[in-house]
Write a protein that binds this ligand. Structure first.
Ligand SMILES: [Zn+2]
Ligand SMILES: [Zn+2]
Length: 232
């Protein structure tokens, strides 16, 4: 009867589930494990085919990963993918892009000086071709110094700040703490997957003092009201 109290405890640590903990279930013993106790992070879970917990591994061997079946889809373990289109951002897509010289051609790109990027420019020419601005002079954009690093962002927004991250290959969203993101970002030699930060709102932190957007964005309304009648 004493075991009854174990009903709601899990894992090697025999602790309860707390809201927000990432947990993974063992495919052998069916117990649940805290990712942090067994060294599995949430972004790795999508790649695991069968999970074997530390208790079951001596007998059943290590966990198995999903087999890569293709290089042109984000879900690389997708079944019946043979005839599906190449998805943007996949290995095949990037290879095709690199071999397509025309993409960097003047026929496709528009090259402007920063000061030419104005509301009037967009009114006259629209925005139907990619615009390349090689230097930020004249854009009115403010960014931190080149020495500013991801760990400096962490100092400004705090290590526990949650950031929206996407697993690029799987197109899965997940939340990471800023501390975890910095560790991932700096682990250049041992990255197993490509993660991207989707957004990090910092307008309510001191970081906002180091950054401002291009004039064409901030002056959009002002230009329309006061400069509309002036020559470009
Ligand atoms: Zn645990
Ligand atoms: Zn197990």
């Amino acid at each position: 009867m004493a075991e009854e109290s174990d009903d709601e405890t899990y894992c090697l640590c025999r602790r309860a589930y707390t809201d927000g903990d990432f947990m993974i279930q063992c495919d052998i013993c069916k117990d649940w494990f805290h990712g942090s106790c067994v060294g599995v992070e949430e972004h790795q879970a999508g790649d695991i085919d069968t999970y074997h917990c530390p208790n079951c591994q001596p007998e059943h061997g290590p966990l198995t990963l999903k087999r890569r079946r293709n290089w042109h889809r984000h879900d690389y373990s997708e079944i019946n993918d043979g005839e599906k289109a190449v998805q943007s951002g996949t290995v095949v897509f990037v290879d095709n892009l690199k071999s397509n010289k025309k993409l960097c051609d003047d026929e496709v790109m528009v090259y402007l000086h920063g000061s030419q990027l104005t509301t009037q420019y967009f009114e006259k020419h629209g925005f139907s071709r990619p615009i390349m601005i090689k230097k930020k002079d004249g854009l009115g954009v403010k960014v931190p110094s080149p020495e500013f690093r991801v760990c400096d962002v962490e100092k400004y927004v705090g290590p526990l700040r949650e950031v929206d991250v996407i697993d690029v290959n799987r197109q899965d969203d997940l939340l990471m703490k800023m501390r975890e993101w910095t560790e991932y970002y700096e682990s250049t030699g041992s990255r197993k997957k490509i993660l991207n930060v989707i957004s990090l709102e910092f307008s309510n932190t001191e970081l906002s003092e180091l950054v401002s957007p291009p004039t064409v964005v901030t002056r959009d309304r002002l230009d329309q009201q006061t400069l509309a009648g002036q020559p470009p």
